[in-house]
Design a protein around this ligand. Structure first.
Ligand SMILES: [Zn+2]
Length: 1046
């Protein structure tokens, strides 16, 4: 999921997303933020992500959170002192980080020079990672293919894919691997000590002693194969998982743009290559080069170990020494110098073509443009922090100069994907640009960017705006946030591998204090902008959407294959057939996975943990109180039932939600409101919410969900702002509205390729229940169409009237319920403030209808829908009806989907070459899926085959246990205090229901699963298939071809 690159789009609103902005160069947090911005585009796959995970639901759990047993106890156990030698490591430096209650240990392995950092804290979710500095010298994707191939079997664990098998044999809270432009990381997380060492053993063996078999290289990387394996007269093709993964990644216009921009700003260095691999260069990589790259880079002398959590890390050191490091000597020949860029004396200009957006909504706005400046070597934490702040001051939110001159003026529809400050590479860069630009405006955009910088360098920023951003940093420091240890893996690695002290970025408070002093002394940020403006190493990059680019690429590939085919001798042809068969045999072989360590199924806790809560009422409004250690933060949640809102207004609810804090309110215009919210509120969001009855799929609740969080001392301010936003919103501003909707349209359309699977699934699921139907209206392509209609009709008055009606409707206490999370000593105060806030709403006694209407009978509609998008791979979803949460078959269905996924992983990913595929069950729907998939019919066949497979005596105790483990590692994954108990509150799920489900999941047998497979899958013909994909796909006969059009 994470490619640590500069493609992460800067978010326009700071406080909606700031929660994770805890460390200055926190890549992972940025990507989590991106995922959480959920205005209709559910990013199912992050834009540019070269990782090994197949399913975002099993391996990529960014929302998991770490529970500090007691936030107020400082970790005071000392484990050694500086200068000590422990298990072959020398303790180099020990530092306390008071603001985080951490004790950090930096060590160096004496024999090999391997670096080690441990962060000792009370967090039970222990994290480990090993990182190697990897410096590719071309775009064959060698680092990325190696990342995949190391996970295909090692000396101690010679099974085909230990990594994927461990997902099912452990209670991990996270397992992944990723390739960044200059390093490769292998992280995992778990709460179980035994599991920690199981995983550590597999990870160490995989990275230091991989088998790197040629067949794995061919499976994961690339190979030549005939379309029908054994028939040389069929079409010759390139296949391989990474090959298809990168085709998918680069057909996303945003990833493509960011990649090209980076490559040209850093000429002569490793960053001038695509570390993920260019599909046209990947086939040039040889097996020998792969092995050589491993030998030169995956050596202890080039490695960085990281551990985090409450386990005694001295045991980790012992384990690592005994199982890997003791087998190596120092290697002084390893050269992983990135090399600094030769600085330009004058700016450069480049013009490129890029893949088009999924919809040609603005044919005249085909251009993307940005200015990138190569800044400084990343050595200085303070410099990084202040450059990030400068970037926020210039760009984020409606009260910033660049936003006003570029977006609010309508010159561009959104920032370019590289916009912002990036310190992930050896030298940092700062970029600003836009997408959706008219040709005749290109010059003006360039001029405007420069002029805006010049003007800001003259005028500076108001202290209030600066304080509002500092408040966001300070809030984030206190917010016990999701997956903190894991975020550190990504955040610390990029500076650590370039020789910086990885602990420095944790001392945020010192840097902020330092900044406050500087601000009093000098025009601090003004000087920084002047420095940027004086820098001649500046790249002006223009890109033009080109409909034909992909076609040309495909033709080139076909031509290349034709050439190869024509030169093949008979023996070479036979060799291709033989190797293909050999690979297939290997893939079909039963594996002896018993060599892999495993958590015992008995280790799963039988008793469902409970989150204590207190239910009460304020007036007659239901209120749930959760008393949890929140570190000085008050969390607020409220839902407003909108089931009886008029059906004409309902489609506009997502738009209403996303605009509610962008229009201005009370005495504040939209710019001032942005600053006020940043000053006093740490997190804020309003979103549409659909919940399905736990015992009846047709019992749907339709609601608006409001979330806010602030420091305890800002409660009154938060409620006062919330009151203004709800009661005194400035909806009557057609110009602003039009501008904001234009931006939303651009980002929705730009996001279609990366959300392909989510759109396919939403549509496929829309025909079974009211919830599915509504979800399509709110999150699906139907919503995209609505936004397009609004833009083309351009009738803002009518829109304003609708938004006002929705606003009026929701100001009704009889429709509300609330949840607060705070520490005991703040409960009384909080309840009192909430009570005051609630008093402004009156009871209108609107009826809360439960919507049980089923969608219209779909028999007339096609069950097979295909939407062509400019991509060379497919996103496939096939759905069937399932049962509600408390139904006795619900737990076995969940187990069965895990079991089937094991089969599908092999067929769709290993054999088919897709990036991922499987089946899942939630919300009363069973859904088969694949993504970045070069196949269509073959995958649909695999979906069917998996059902027959499950009925042919292939389910074993082992497969069932694997499924149980993988479900419980999700089920029991840790949650932050702010998220605890929320799902139960939202869906009225009781502790008893959860306990029953746990019991059901733990008592599953084979006959039951076979019965489920027969009843719910084999004999169920009520299913829908939706595909977003390449229009060049063959096998389209049975499909109803539709257009994602205006
Ligand atoms: Zn990958």
């Amino acid at each position: 999921m994470i490619r640590l690159a500069k493609n992460i789009k800067i978010n326009k609103n700071l406080n909606k997303l700031a929660s994770n902005y805890t460390i200055n160069n926190n890549n992972l947090s940025k990507s989590i933020i991106l995922n959480s911005r959920n205005n209709g585009t559910n990013k199912d796959i992050n834009v540019k992500s070269f990782t090994t995970s197949t399913s975002t639901s099993t391996t990529n759990k960014p929302n998991q959170t770490y529970v500090f047993k007691d936030l107020n106890i400082f970790k005071n156990v000392k484990r050694g002192k500086e200068g000590d030698i422990i298990h072959g490591f020398k303790v180099v430096r020990i530092r306390d980080v008071p603001e985080r209650q951490f004790k950090t240990y930096r060590l160096e392995h004496i024999e090999t020079g391997a670096k080690y950092l441990h962060i000792d804290c009370e967090d039970t979710n222990n994290v480990f990672s090993v990182t190697f500095k990897t410096i590719p010298k071309d775009s064959t994707g060698v680092a990325h293919i190696l990342e995949h191939t190391t996970l295909c079997g090692s000396e101690k664990y010679p099974v085909r894919d230990p990594f994927f098998n461990m997902l099912k044999r452990s209670l991990n809270t996270y397992m992944n691997a990723w390739t960044a432009p200059d390093h490769t990381s292998y992280p995992f997380g778990t709460q179980d000590p035994k599991d920690f060492y199981n995983l550590l053993s597999v990870y160490l063996d995989a990275t230091f002693f991989p088998l790197l078999k040629e067949s794995d290289f061919r499976q994961e990387g690339h190979r030549l194969e005939f379309e029908q394996l054994d028939q040389p007269e069929s079409l010759l093709k390139f296949k391989g998982i990474v090959f298809n993964e990168m085709k998918g990644a680069l057909s996303d216009p945003s990833s493509f743009y960011a990649e090209v921009a980076q490559q040209h700003l850093y000429p002569g260095t490793t960053y001038a290559h695509n570390s993920g691999g260019e599909p046209n260069e990947i086939p040039n990589l040889t097996y020998e080069q792969l092995k050589d790259f491993h030998a030169k880079h995956y050596h202890p002398s080039n490695s960085y170990f990281f551990s985090y959590g409450d386990l005694n890390f001295l045991d980790h050191l012992k384990f690592i020494q005994e199982n890997s490091l003791s087998k190596f000597k120092k290697d002084n020949l390893i050269n992983t110098n990135v090399g600094k860029v030769d600085r330009w004396t004058e700016p450069k200009r480049l013009h490129f073509k890029c893949p088009p957006s999924a919809m040609d909504i603005n044919p005249e706005r085909k251009y993307k443009f940005s200015i990138s400046i190569l800044h400084k070597e990343n050595k200085d934490l303070f410099e990084s922090l202040t450059m990030h702040m400068l970037s926020n001051l210039l760009l984020r939110g409606s009260n910033t100069p660049m936003y006003q001159s570029l977006l609010e003026s309508g010159l561009v529809l959104d920032y370019s994907p590289n916009t912002g400050f990036d310190d992930n590479l050896l030298e940092s860069s700062f970029s600003v640009g836009g997408i959706g630009i008219k040709k005749e405006d290109l010059e003006l955009v360039e001029k405007t960017i420069i002029q805006t910088l010049e003007k800001s360098a003259e005028e500076g920023f108001s202290r209030q705006v600066i304080e509002s951003i500092l408040h966001q940093y300070e809030f984030a420091q206190k917010d016990v946030s999701a997956s903190f240890g894991l975020k550190l893996v990504g955040a610390l690695a990029s500076s650590w591998i370039h020789g910086n002290d990885p602990v420095d970025p944790l001392f945020l408070n010192e840097s902020i204090a330092h900044l406050r002093q500087e601000l009093d002394k000098s025009p601090f940020f003004e000087n920084k902008i002047k420095e940027l403006l004086a820098n001649p190493h500046r790249l002006y990059i223009t890109m033009e959407n080109d409909e034909n680019l992909q076609k040309e690429d495909t033709e080139k590939e076909m031509e290349k294959l034709k050439q190869i085919r024509s030169k093949l001798s008979e023996s070479q042809t036979n060799e291709i057939v033989e190797m293909a068969k050999d690979l297939q045999n290997r893939q079909n072989q039963q594996q002896d996975v018993a060599v892999l360590p495993k958590i015992n199924i008995c280790d799963i806790e039988k008793q469902q943990p409970k989150v204590p809560h207190h239910d009460t009422t304020l007036g007659s409004t239901p209120l749930r109180i959760l008393d949890l250690p929140t570190n000085g933060i008050s969390y607020f949640r409220s839902t407003i039932d909108i089931s009886s809102l008029s059906p004409e207004l309902k489609p506009y609810v997502p738009l209403f939600c996303s605009l509610i804090d962008e229009m201005g309110a009370g005495e504040f215009d939209h710019k001032q409101l942005d600053t006020e919210m940043n000053l006093y509120i740490g997190k804020f969001s309003v979103s549409p919410l659909i919940t399905i009855g736990h015992s009846d799929l047709n019992h749907t609740q339709e609601r608006i969900y409001i979330k806010g969080a602030c420091l305890n001392e800002n409660l009154v301010k938060m409620f006062s702002l919330l009151q203004k936003v709800l009661l005194e919103n400035k909806w009557k501003n057609p110009d602003l509205l039009k501008n904001l909707i234009g931006q939303k349209q651009a980002s929705l359309v730009e996001g279609i390729p990366s959300s392909g699977l989510s759109y396919a699934k939403t549509l496929s699921s829309s025909k079974f229940t009211r919830a599915g139907e509504l979800s399509e209206q709110w999150n699906g392509l139907t919503h995209v169409k609505l936004i397009n209609d609004i833009v083309s009709k351009n009738d803002m008055d009518s829109l304003i009237s609708k938004l006002l009606q929705i606003n009026e409707f929701i100001l009704d206490r009889s429709l509300m319920k609330c949840l607060i999370t705070t520490e005991g000593n703040n409960v009384a105060n909080y309840t009192e403030k909430l009570n005051d806030f609630m008093k402004v709403f009156s009871y209108k006694n609107t009826e809360m209808v439960v919507n049980t209407k089923k969608p219209v009978d779909p028999t007339n509609d096609s069950r097979f829908n295909f939407f062509p998008i400019p991509a060379t791979v497919n996103y496939i979803s096939k759905t069937l009806q399932s049962v509600p949460y408390t139904h006795q078959d619900s737990a076995p269905i969940q187990i069965l989907t895990k079991v089937l996924s094991e089969y599908l992983h092999k067929e769709i990913r290993e054999k088919g070459g897709a990036y991922g595929g499987g089946v899942s069950a939630d919300g009363g729907i069973i859904s088969f899926y694949s993504y970045r998939d070069p196949n269509l019919d073959k995958t649909l066949n695999a979906f069917n085959q998996s059902i027959h497979w499950s009925l042919n005596n292939n389910i074993t105790t082992e497969t069932i246990e694997n499924a149980q483990l993988s479900i419980f590692s999700d089920f029991d994954s840790p949650e932050s205090p702010s998220n605890k108990g929320v799902g139960e509150w939202m869906r009225d799920i009781t502790d008893e229901m959860k306990q029953t489900r746990r019991n059901n999941l733990l008592s599953i047998n084979k006959p039951k699963l076979e019965e489920i497979s027969k009843n719910y899958l084999l004999e169920n013909n009520n299913n829908y298939v939706t595909v977003l994909g390449s229009k060049d796909s063959s096998d389209l006969n049975k499909f109803n071809i539709k257009q994602i059009t205006v």
